[in-house]
Design a protein around this ligand. Structure first.
Ligand SMILES: [Zn+2]
Length: 348
């Protein structure tokens, strides 16, 4: 046989094929089902074994070279077609892309983290408890038996399972933390989290966030309470803010005190917001009631403690200068973005 075949010329014609249709014709002509190389390979069986080996190797080499040229040319033509389409559609690939909008933290999350940061620096560690709580942890263990009038102060959401309630406060974490410490001292925890009450007006929402603080050790006094909370409030709101403590009543502390800060609107001179007093309440606190210590597994004759509970929304209203809390939870991005850095009375 030994028929002359200029495969270089074939490869060159493939590389120069002007269209994919022309390319397909070349493919058919040379390596298709009835292509010349294919036909030649079919004819190998008529040759002697020695000739077949020699001719077969040559045909394979040609076939591979042609196939490779076909693939390369096809890719180049597809590329060119794509560029032509883009040009026809007027797409300018050098235009800068649209930057995807990165997520932002909800303003309440940022305020909560700020409170946590301050308390971490003051030596408190984080503690958590369930949001669906037993009546024992939410009321009884905190010195509020079933007939206690303080339970009327809290409009609770009960769940279908008897004995369970959506926690009305973060205080049940006090008992749970003392139990976890198993009598060890000191207990110094903060418990941030959501709580639920049937309230809904400009300054109350049915689901709100609190942070609870509890310190139990030997010889903890009201002086530890006022000192710690004054530092915390100054760190949160600024050292120019005036503070005062008023006697109050909570079932789980004795004595109980509420802490006020100077009104942000009138700075203490008296206005509509502070009802003319110059002060607004920021948190409730007190010396842990002996019954609560006992329920947490501590001996009230040996140890003492103080506790506080602060509404994180209160802090947010103060930091952002809000008069309607509900807007924060309607999750309108245009509104929430005002409280990112640089907007509104943003926080760092
Ligand atoms: Zn005021």
């Amino acid at each position: 046989m030994g028929e002359a075949f200029d495969y270089q010329a074939v490869v060159e014609s493939v590389a120069a094929a002007p269209t994919r249709t022309a390319l397909q014709e070349l493919r058919n002509q040379w390596v298709g089902k009835k292509g010349w190389i294919t036909e030649q390979m079919k004819g190998l069986s008529r040759l002697s074994p020695e000739e077949r080996r020699e001719r077969g190797a040559l045909l394979n080499q040609w076939r591979e070279a042609v196939l490779e040229a076909l693939t390369n040319r096809e890719e180049a033509l597809l590329d060119a077609e794509e560029r032509a389409t883009l040009a026809a559609e007027g797409l300018d690939l050098t235009l800068p892309g649209r930057r995807p909008q990165a997520g932002l933290l909800h303003p309440m999350t940022r305020v909560r983290r700020r409170v946590e940061d301050v308390l971490l620096r003051l030596g408190f560690s984080l503690a958590y408890g369930p949001q669906v709580e037993t009546e024992w942890y939410n009321f009884e263990a905190l010195n509020m038996p079933a007939d206690h009038p303080a339970r009327d102060m809290q409009d609770s959401f009960f769940v279908d399972v008897p004995g369970l309630v959506l926690r009305t406060q973060t205080s049940p974490v006090q008992i749970r933390s003392m139990e976890r410490h198993q009598g060890r001292l000191p207990v110094k925890i903060m418990a941030p989290g959501v709580t639920y009450r049937r309230d809904d007006d400009a300054t109350h929402v049915p689901m709100f966030q609190q942070v609870e603080g509890l310190v139990v050790d030997t010889a903890i006094s009201l002086a530890d309470l006022t000192g710690t909370l004054t530092v915390m409030v100054h760190e949160l709101l600024g050292s120019q803010v005036g503070t005062r403590f008023r006697p109050s009543y909570f079932p789980f502390t004795e004595p109980s005190v509420e802490m006020d800060v100077t009104c942000a609107v009138c700075e203490g001179s008296g206005c509509r917001v502070c009802k003319g007093t110059g002060w607004v309440e920021i948190l409730g606190s007190g010396i842990v009631h002996p019954v609560v210590l006992k329920n947490g597994g501590y001996d009230p004759d040996e140890v003492s403690g103080f506790a506080f509970g602060m509404g994180i929304e209160r802090v947010a209203m103060r930091l952002f200068g809000l008069d309607d809390l509900r807007l924060l939870y309607q999750n309108d991005l245009r509104y929430l973005e005002r409280f990112q850095s640089g907007g509104g009375r943003g926080i760092s």
